[in-house]
Design a protein. Structure first.
Length: 220
């Protein structure tokens, strides 16, 4: 079963469980003895299942299905883990746009995750998920230059991803935890809110473990 179909069935299960819990709550008062005890146990199990389902569904892009060294130019589409990522122009620190950058699959694990990273070199990576999403997170290594981020059509050109910590962009709360190694920053970016679009890029930016959720569950 595909992950998308799995999530669909979870949503259907959520509605069925909600109805069962409500119906049981309404009828349990009229029951006595063993039957009432059975219904209480059944109700407890249903509530636990419901809470699990409400937690939602998360998927993670790890770039493990791509070959190190593969390059993508502006206009190319990176298809990985069933998601299309469009490679788009990038705005430099002087506010000029360039279409001469590239993205490249890199196995040096600068982001601190495993296997391949995706390296953005003067490009933006536009993640065309099935929106909306309730949460997105990713691991990153910001090893130099400026970065771009866009959330829900609100765009920001910045020097360090760590400066996003605590900001609200496009109505979505951003948080960043990172460690500094010289002039480099290595850490995790989390977007929390109703997300309808998302892209990120940099001059020397490596990303991995791009987690996206459609419920209340957090990413790692
Ligand atoms: Ca990886
Ligand atoms: Ca930077």
């Amino acid at each position: 079963m595909s992950r998308r179909l799995y999530c669909y069935h979870l949503t259907e299960s959520r509605f069925l469980l909600q109805r069962y819990v409500i119906d049981t709550l309404q009828s349990i008062r009229r029951k006595k003895g063993v039957k009432a005890m059975y219904m209480r146990v059944s109700l407890l199990v249903s509530v636990v299942l419901l809470l699990t389902v409400i937690a939602g569904c998360c998927n993670t892009i790890r770039f493990s299905d791509l070959s190190p060294g593969t390059r993508y130019e502006v206009g190319d589409v990176i298809t990985t883990s069933g998601v299309d990522i469009v490679v788009e122009p990038f705005m430099w620190g002087n506010d000029n746009w360039t279409s001469d950058g590239r993205a490249e699959v890199d196995s040096r694990q600068y982001s601190g995750a495993s296997g391949n990273d995706m390296n953005a070199r003067n490009v933006n990576l536009n993640f065309t998920f099935d929106y909306p999403r309730s949460k997105i997170s990713l691991k990153f290594a910001d090893l130099g230059g400026n970065e771009n981020i866009q959330v829900n059509d609100e765009f920001l050109n910045l020097n360090e991803i760590i400066s996003l910590d605590g900001l609200i962009l496009g109505g979505v709360t951003l948080s960043v935890s990172a460690v500094q190694e010289g002039t480099n920053w290595i850490g995790k970016l989390v977007l929390d809110g109703t997300i309808h679009s998302f892209s990120i890029g940099g001059q020397e930016l490596w990303i991995d473990d791009v987690c996206y959720c459609d419920g209340l569950r957090g990413c790692f």
